[in-house]
Design a protein around this ligand. Structure first.
Ligand SMILES: [Zn+2]
Length: 269
């Protein structure tokens, strides 16, 4: 969102085109016409969704899915790049392409005044970096829950926008086992977990995100937070919390809800 905002904020979209009928879902009717001629007024992020607010009171709701990325380049291309499904051009000579080989990404339109009642946004829990996401609010949301904390943190109704990598990293920092029942994460555990989540996300955003496979920022730069992962993808490596300590078995990998979990069995309880 920050990458898009830097290039698009205040600009007018002089041309918009969809290059196929759908991505994860069909493009909304009239998408290209509604965008063409509109000015980009502001941006908002909610969970993993980008909202681009246009003059005319439309918001464009964008989700990058698994493999999607927005690429910005000077306009003037004759050919549509491979897997570019939506193309915008601006009044100051830039083109923005939504490129997504696997097409899990999506684009929709919603009235700006009704953003929070969109079907994809209306059940989302609090923003993890928001002031209303606290140890108290999290433990209230998790009270009595018998699912593992790993699954509960991936459930967007409890907290919005956390993905698999960041949940693993935050649980490691908080020294909480991914297997612990969510209902037991209260008191001092919740008091460790909430700041661990906030710190993990803040550092990842500052690093431009994590480049997994082919993710890049809109200017083509790779995100580099993957180099700061402490446990994710590090099965068998020494635990970063106990360098040289013979008692630690290092980073383990297990599968929970069909997703890989990386953690230290000794340090995370
Ligand atoms: Zn360890």
């Amino acid at each position: 969102m920050r990458g898009l905002s830097a290039r698009l904020l205040g600009r007018t979209i002089t041309r918009a085109s969809t290059n196929r009928p759908d991505m994860r879902w069909a493009f909304p009717p009239g998408l290209a016409q509604r965008m063409t001629g509109a000015r980009v007024e502001s941006f908002r992020r909610r969970a993993k969704y980008i909202l681009m607010r246009l003059s005319g009171a439309d918001s464009v709701l964008i989700h990058l899915g698994m493999s999607g990325r927005m690429l910005i380049a000077p306009s003037g291309l004759n050919d549509i790049p491979l897997h570019e499904h939506l193309t915008l051009e601006t009044d100051d000579g830039w083109r923005v392409g939504f490129v997504d080989p696997r097409r899990f990404g999506s684009v929709d339109l919603v009235a700006t005044a009704d953003e929070d009642s969109h079907r994809l946004l209306k059940e989302l829990g609090p923003e993890p970096l928001g002031a209303d996401f606290t140890a108290k609010s999290l433990s209230t949301a998790l009270a009595g829950r018998n699912t593992p904390i790993k699954a509960a943190l991936l459930d967007q109704r409890n907290v919005a926008g956390l993905g698999n990598i960041y949940v693993c990293e935050a649980l490691f920092r908080a020294r909480i086992s991914p297997l612990r029942l969510a209902g037991e994460v209260a008191g001092s555990r919740a008091a460790r977990l909430v700041p661990a989540i906030k710190a993990t996300l803040t550092e990842a955003i500052a690093a431009g995100g994590s480049s997994l496979r082919d993710y890049v920022q809109p200017d083509g730069e790779l995100g580099y937070f993957q180099h700061a992962w402490k446990v994710y993808g590090r099965e068998g490596e020494p635990c970063p919390d106990c360098p040289g300590a013979p008692v630690c078995q290092g980073v383990s990998r297990i599968v929970q809800s069909a997703r890989s979990t990386f953690y230290c069995q000794r340090h995370q309880r």
